[in-house]
Design a binder for this molecule. Structure first.
Ligand code: KIV
Ligand code: ZN
Length: 390
């Protein structure tokens, strides 16, 4: 039996940090219901101390969506006020979780906090001890972990686990990591963590500053991570977070390689992606993996011919598997005879012999040269004209 990887979706927290992506209460609730339909394990519903609006939205999401298998969490800095705000908002869920974040890299310790490493570590420990008086499940994020000194990072993890943290999250906060190195970091931490207790959960949270968020997340899974954090459409600070749809579908496609699976209902992926785009007003790039307009569109004649012989020739993910109705064959001047015949026959055109087909195909090429792309209505036009001239 392959390992189950928990999926935390942070579209409503890290994703909402994208300039212009602010959502109102009703939009957040609509998205939270859809994330539940997608079957994510944990919804990070916001940053409770940031505003009354965020607090209210987290509370509503916890009450309305936080049942069954869906855990609800929200982010807190390592201070009592933030932790109280998270507790007061997530406590309405059946499975609430407090998420505390505190930096472990030298730049965070020295420049951001202007404290010693021991002082920052102590802040983290006190925060966890306090959170533990409120709830049993506490996630601790070692912000900027990938740029942290390993021994200080581990000292922090060991101390916060002893204080009661149940999940340790390793963020690549500024997208500094590369897959081999990040995988190795996760492997080392996982080894030590599981020696402390088998029930501790190791998580990763990758940013996409150099386009490596998906690769780093997958490297972490391969090296023992139990949980991943991602966002729909890869929204998030700066270049965004690991895209949920990419990590989930890569794992599904290569499940034997990863020997792991998620419980995401992949048929809900496309709907969720379009909902996020509509609610935030942020378009999805056409060539975006899994959910872009061209993700299942084929335009080269060689590919179209191969696909019409057997879809597996050029298709590794079935569009239906992510909720897209079917693959799209885009007719252009590069489409071969096979693709054109297929499109024309679908529209009810039959040919008495090869000469007749050849004549129509020649007209199709003329039109395709003039128009670049040929749509169904263009094929209709050719077919009608052809039928009329019979
Ligand atoms: O990028 C980051 O480090 C975060 C943490 C709060 C997990 O978003
Ligand atoms: Zn982040």
């Amino acid at each position: 039996m392959s390992r189950k990887i928990l999926v935390l979706d942070t579209t409503l927290r890290d994703g909402e940090q994208v300039p212009g992506a602010k959502l109102n209460l009703y939009e957040k609730l609509e998205l939270a219901h859809q994330l539940k339909a997608l079957n994510v394990d944990i919804i990070e519903a916001g940053f409770a101390a940031s505003s009354q609006g965020d607090f209210n939205a987290i509370k509503e999401i916890a009450s309305q969506v936080g049942s069954g298998g869906t855990t609800i969490t929200a982010l807190a800095r390592a201070v009592k006020g933030d932790i109280d705000a998270v507790y007061q908002s997530v406590k309405y869920a059946q499975n609430p979780l407090i998420h505390i974040v505190l930096g472990t890299s030298a730049v965070h310790v020295d420049k951001k906090f202007n404290k010693t490493g021991d002082q920052v570590l102590e802040m983290g420990v006190e925060a966890v001890k306090y959170a533990k008086t409120l709830l049993p499940h506490i996630q601790y994020s070692t912000e900027d972990a990938s740029r942290s000194d390993f021994e200080y990072l581990w000292k922090t993890i060991e101390a916060v686990v002893k204080a009661g943290a149940t999940m340790i999250n390793i963020p690549d906060t500024v997208g500094y990591a590369v897959p081999e190195e990040f995988g190795e970091l996760v492997r080392k931490i996982n080894y030590r963590l599981k020696n402390m207790s088998d029930s501790l959960i190791l998580s990763v949270h990758c940013h996409n500053d150099t386009g490596l968020a998906t690769a780093n997340t997958l490297a972490a899974i391969k090296n023992g991570a139990d949980k991943i954090e991602c966002t729909v459409n890869g929204l998030g600070e700066r270049a965004g977070n690991a895209a949920l749809e990419e990590v989930v579908m890569a794992m599904k496609l290569r499940s034997a390689y990863y020997d792991a699976h998620t419980d995401i209902i992949t048929k809900e992926i496309f709907k969720t992606s379009r909902l996020v785009s509509n609610l935030t007003g942020l378009d999805i790039q056409v060539n975006k993996a899994i959910t872009g307009d061209n993700a299942f569109a084929h335009s080269s004649g060689i590919h179209q011919d191969g696909l019409l012989k057997s879809r597996e020739v050029y298709e590794v993910i079935a569009p239906e598997d992510v909720g897209v109705e079917s693959m799209d064959i885009i007719l252009t001047a590069r489409s071969g005879r096979h693709a054109f015949r297929n499109a024309a026959e679908k529209l009810g055109c039959s040919f008495s012999d090869e000469a007749e087909f050849g004549a129509l195909f020649a007209k199709f090429l003329e039109l395709a040269d003039a128009k670049k792309e040929i749509y169904d209505h263009d094929v209709y036009y050719l077919v009608e004209k052809h039928n009329g001239s019979k």
